[in-house]
Design a protein around this ligand. Structure first.
Ligand code: ADP
Ligand code: ADP
Ligand code: ZN
Length: 229
């Protein structure tokens, strides 16, 4: 009898998509289902802003305008996070890479760890719908669970389904005007990465205009194939 080799190498995924596409929502669900760790550079940068670190001070005004923070700063916060032990099982990169420079730096960073990108999932949406998605977004201050005024309300108004917390917060940059700048940044700097990863054969596209549960099922089918031993 031959033994089946069990592949214990970490699985690394990238979620690509404009603001509002559902990257954060789906990343949290994939964390739950597969034990991977969501790594959101937006969250890391907001953490740095709140902590008043040097990186945070430099990033704050750029983020408020909806422009992209420099690769140097983003890579610094990402490297710090990747040094923590909990990412060993694998990661879901949410909102990173966003530029060709970041994609190249990520390849180098993973190569040093003996790892690679296993799949890139591109969340396809219509820009016009993203203004409403982003403007109606709010999250639980306690656990970070994401909600929406129209599309995903907590079961009891004002009370988080996940942790029971009652403090909800909205991001300063989640307004219609800034969303338009962020969409432009996506098309100018990030959308070209779709071709970059497609050329390597690691890209899958998902219809992210569908409702949250349907998108989840599609994503889980893709990730399930990667994690099956
Ligand atoms: P991203 O991380 O890509 O910016 P989010 O996951 O935060 O996007 O989603 C943006 C907002 O849209 C959130 O309020 C979320 O609840 C909601 N949302 C996410 N996916 C869908 C979907 N498929 N249909 C409708 N609303 C969605
Ligand atoms: P969304 O999911 O709505 O696109 P994020 O939380 O990912 O928003 O990002 C919020 C802001 O943080 C961006 O508009 C940008 O200013 C900054 N940011 C986050 N990730 C990156 C990145 N990889 N490169 C450059 N800027 C980033
Ligand atoms: Zn909560």
């Amino acid at each position: 009898m031959t033994e089946t080799a069990v592949d214990t190498r970490p699985v690394n995924l990238i979620l690509l998509g404009p603001p509002g596409a559902g990257k954060g929502t789906q990343a949290r669900m994939l964390e739950e289902s597969f034990g991977l760790v969501q790594l959101s550079t937006g969250d890391l940068l907001r953490g740095a802003v709140a902590a008043g670190t040097e990186a945070g001070l430099a990033a704050k005004a750029v983020m408020e305008k909806g422009e992209l923070v420099s690769d140097e700063i983003v890579l610094a916060v990402l490297k710090e996070r990747l040094a923590q032990p909990d990412v060993a099982a694998g990661t879901i990169l949410d909102g990173f890479p966003r530029t060709a420079g970041q994609a190249a730096a990520l390849d180098a960073l993973l190569a040093e760890r003996g790892e690679q990108i296993d799949a890139v999932i591109s969340l396809k949406v219509q820009d016009e719908a993203m203004v409403e998605r982003v403007s109606g977004r709010f999250t639980c201050a306690g656990c970070g669970e994401g909600y929406h005024d129209s599309f995903k309300q907590p079961a009891r108004p004002g009370v988080c389904d996940k942790c029971g917390g009652t403090e909800m917060k909205r991001r300063a940059d989640d307004n219609a005007e800034t969303v338009r700048t962020r969409l432009q940044a996506y098309h100018a700097d990030t959308a070209p990465l779709i071709d970059y990863y497609a050329a390597r054969g690691t890209l899958t596209e998902v219809d992210a205009m569908a409702e949250i549960g349907r998108v989840r099922a599609e994503m889980e089918a893709i990730v399930g194939k990667l994690t099956a031993a």
